[in-house]
Design a protein around this ligand. Structure first.
Ligand SMILES: [Zn+2]
Length: 231
C-alpha cells in the first residue's frame, strides 16, 4: 500500500490534507491538466501511484470540506510507502493484461499507453529515447510498439518488457512508426522508404548507427518491423 497525500493550498481549508479522489465510476484519475481530455482513469491506488511516479498529477479531494476534487500537479503530491508495497512492475504487468485494445475505447488506450510508459520509465519521470539516445521528460516520450500492436499475438501483447520501447516525440516515434528508420542487428538504420525532405534526411543521419539498448530481448519485434519496411 502507498499513502498518497497533498495539502489544500489556499482558502478556508488551507493546510488540510487531500487524498486521491474516487470518482462516481469507481476510478481514480491521473492527469497532466485540469482538462478531461487528459484524464487517465485507473482502477486502483497502486496504478495511480505508478503514474504519479512517472510524472502525472492527480485529481484529489478531502470529503470533509465538501469541495469538488481538484487537479494537483505532480510536484505537490507526497507518497509514502506503508507496509507490503507491491512492486510497480508487478502492478503494471497485471494492469496491462486486463486491457485488450481491440475495438476498445480511447480512454483504455490512453491508460494502457500511460501504464506501459510508466513501466518502461521504471519509476522515474524522465527517460532516454531508444533511437536518438537523448533524455526527455515523460510527456515527451511514448511507449512505442516495436511490432504493430494489431499484428501481435496475445502472448506477444503481454510481453511488455520487450514489445515496446521509449521513443521521443521530437521525431523518433513517428520516424519508426512510418518506417523511415528501423533496426537491424541492434543498430538504427534507414529503410528503403524514399526520402526527399532535407530535414528528414538530416534527422535520419543523426540517429543511424546508434545501437538500441533492448536488442537482446526485442530482436524478433525489430526484425518484423525491418522486414515490413524493406520489401
Ligand atoms: Zn529520439
Amino acid at each position: 500500500m502507498t499513502n498518497i497525500r497533498a495539502q489544500i493550498a489556499r482558502g478556508d481549508h488551507k493546510g488540510k490534507p487531500l487524498f486521491p479522489h474516487k470518482h462516481a465510476d469507481g476510478k481514480y484519475v491521473a492527469t497532466t491538466s485540469r482538462f478531461e481530455e487528459d484524464y487517465v482513469r485507473v482502477d486502483s491506488v497502486d496504478e495511480l501511484k505508478a503514474l504519479i511516479e512517472s510524472g502525472f498529477g492527480a485529481r484529489m479531494s478531502n470529503p470533509d470540506t465538501g469541495n469538488a476534487p481538484s487537479f494537483i500537479v505532480n510536484k505537490k503530491i507526497q507518497m509514502e510507502e506503508v507496509e507490503h508495497a507491491r512492486p510497480t512492475a508487478e502492478i503494471l504487468k497485471s494492469a496491462s493484461h486486463e486491457v485488450d485494445l481491440d475495438g476498445d475505447s480511447r480512454s483504455k488506450y490512453r491508460k494502457e499507453q500511460s501504464l506501459l510508459r510508466a513501466y518502461l520509465l521504471g519509476g522515474k519521470d524522465s527517460g532516454r529515447c531508444t533511437i536518438c539516445h537523448h533524455d526527455f521528460p515523460f510527456d515527451m516520450l511514448v511507449a512505442a510498439h516495436l511490432k504493430k500492436r494489431s499484428e501481435c499475438s496475445a502472448s506477444e501483447k503481454k510481453d511488455i518488457a520487450n514489445i515496446a520501447a521509449l521513443m521521443c516525440k521530437t521525431g523518433c516515434d513517428d520516424l519508426y512508426e512510418q518506417g523511415y528508420l528501423s533496426v537491424r542487428d541492434g543498430e538504427v538504420v534507414k529503410t528503403k522508404k524514399e526520402v526527399t525532405s532535407a530535414k528528414v534526411i538530416e534527422v535520419l543521419s543523426q540517429v543511424t548507427g546508434n545501437r538500441v539498448a533492448n536488442w537482446e530481448g526485442s530482436s524478433a519485434y525489430y526484425q518484423w518491423h525491418y522486414s515490413k519496411f524493406n520489401k
